[in-house]
Design a binder for this molecule. Structure first.
Ligand SMILES: Cc1cc2nc3c(=O)[nH]c(=O)nc-3n(C[C@H](O)[C@H](O)[C@H](O)COP(=O)(O)O)c2cc1C
Length: 382
């Protein structure tokens, strides 16, 4: 797997993965990657569900670049919302590799059980329950992390969903409702008793939203309390940070969210480090361009060009931030890119991005664009 990922990242067949510095204790004393029901994960690094971001194109890229598992965007348990365009697209798992984990959100045990069955029938291999999202849209209906306050309701939802499906059910929580009501350990006990197969814990309370730094003492306490696999989540943005969090919490794995935006290769880099002590470099600029062009094209195909090109703008913005380009260059490129209203023109402008980054003359940018197109067709043909 590492060789495949290294090749993807550098674009060079058989490119060697760089040897890392001294291998940290979290790596050498590593546990095997966790099992979720029948699904043996291939490594301990999972892409977090992020509504509006972890759509099929982004998940597929992160999986191909080495994530141990990827989780789809949440879908509402409300049956009235099942046939909206958004919900239908969020349920597309065809062509998806790896265990298909689908997250459901809601507060009514019966509706959640029905939603689990429905998504199971639509291809979900793991049902994940959202009790971690602080978004108003979710919390106003007392779903997401708002549920953490009502432990009795938590138990009824978990039991109903576990009983409804023959696939593993996982749960994503925060450490509690607020710093004064940090009941993550109690919720984790309820989860284990209800038959939940694995837990992901974001090291913040609902009241913290995304403020302050994630804390992992509560995650460590949860790991020490329950026997099911726990994934530690929050602010993990590098292989070193992931190794430190694994060491601090003894968690079965880590879940990575925002840091993967613009860096679909990050989960694979973290996995190479924590599993094998291998430091995979960032893809070189030409490989980044190739991956970005593939991503943007996949967004056009999946969402339709009109929506796809809008969604591409935010991803390209994140790639720019991760690229190390000077800020004024980023701003100038983003301003022009965000004005483009045609899919083909968006793709063509990515060659210009490479030219700017490399300080190349215009004709070289064009040949790189041709190479990227060639590489895309070659991948599709393979
Ligand atoms: C834009 C965005 C959308 C998110 N959507 C979801 C979601 O649908 N379900 C969920 O459980 N968590 C969601 N989250 C929370 C993330 O899964 C993750 O727990 C959080 O971002 C902390 O991890 P990080 O610091 O690695 O980003 C979302 C976060 C962001 C930033």
């Amino acid at each position: 797997m590492i060789d495949t990922v290294a090749k993807e990242l550098t674009g060079a067949p058989g490119a060697p993965a760089a040897a890392g510095p001294a291998v940290p204790a979290a790596v050498t004393s590593r546990q095997a990657p966790p099992r979720i029901g029948d699904h043996q994960l291939r490594n301990r690094v999972v892409l977090a569900p992020m509504a509006g971001i972890t759509d099929l194109p982004f998940r597929s890229l992160c999986w191909r670049l080495g994530a141990g598992m990827v989780v789809a965007e949440m879908v509402s348990a409300d049956p009235k919302l099942r046939q909206t365009r958004k919900s239908r697209l969020r349920r597309v798992h065809a062509r998806e590799s790896g265990p298909r984990s689908v997250q459901i959100a809601g507060a009514d045990p019966q509706l959640m059980a029905d939603a689990a069955r429905y998504n199971r029938d639509e291809g979900a291999e793991i049902i994940d329950i959202n009790m971690g999202c602080p978004a108003k849209k979710v919390c106003q209906r007392a779903a997401g992390s708002a549920l953490l306050r009502d432990e009795e309701l938590v138990a009824r939802i978990l039991e109903a969903v576990v009983a409804a499906v023959d696939v593993p059910v996982t749960l994503k929580i925060r450490t509690g409702w607020s710093p004064d009501e940090r009941n993550g350990v109690a919720v984790a006990r309820i989860a284990e008793a209800s038959g939940i197969a694995a837990l992901a814990v974001h090291g913040r309370t609902r009241a913290d939203r995304f403020n302050g730094a994630a804390e992992f003492a509560t995650v460590a306490a949860i790991v020490a309390t329950v026997g099911i696999p726990v994934l530690a989540n929050g602010d993990i943005d590098s292989p070193e940070r992931a190794a430190a969090v694994l060491a601090e919490t003894s968690a079965a794995g880590v879940m990575v969210g925002r840091a993967a935006q613009g860096r679909p290769w990050l989960c694979g880099q973290i996995a190479a480090w924590v599993e094998h002590g291998v430091r995979l470099p960032d893809p070189d600029p030409a490989s980044q361009l190739r991956l970005l062009a593939e991503h943007v094209e996949a967004l056009h195909d999946f969402h339709g060009v009109e929506r796809g090109l809008r969604i591409a703008r935010k991803h390209v913005g994140w790639y720019l931030q991760a690229s190390g380009m000077a800020e004024d260059q980023q701003r100038r490129f983003a301003r022009d890119f965000n004005r483009i209203e045609a899919g083909a023109a968006q793709l063509a402008s990515l060659a210009e991005l490479h030219r700017i980054r490399e300080g190349l003359p215009a004709e070289l940018g064009n040949s790189i664009q041709r190479d990227a197109a060639w590489s895309r067709s070659a991948t599709q043909a393979a």
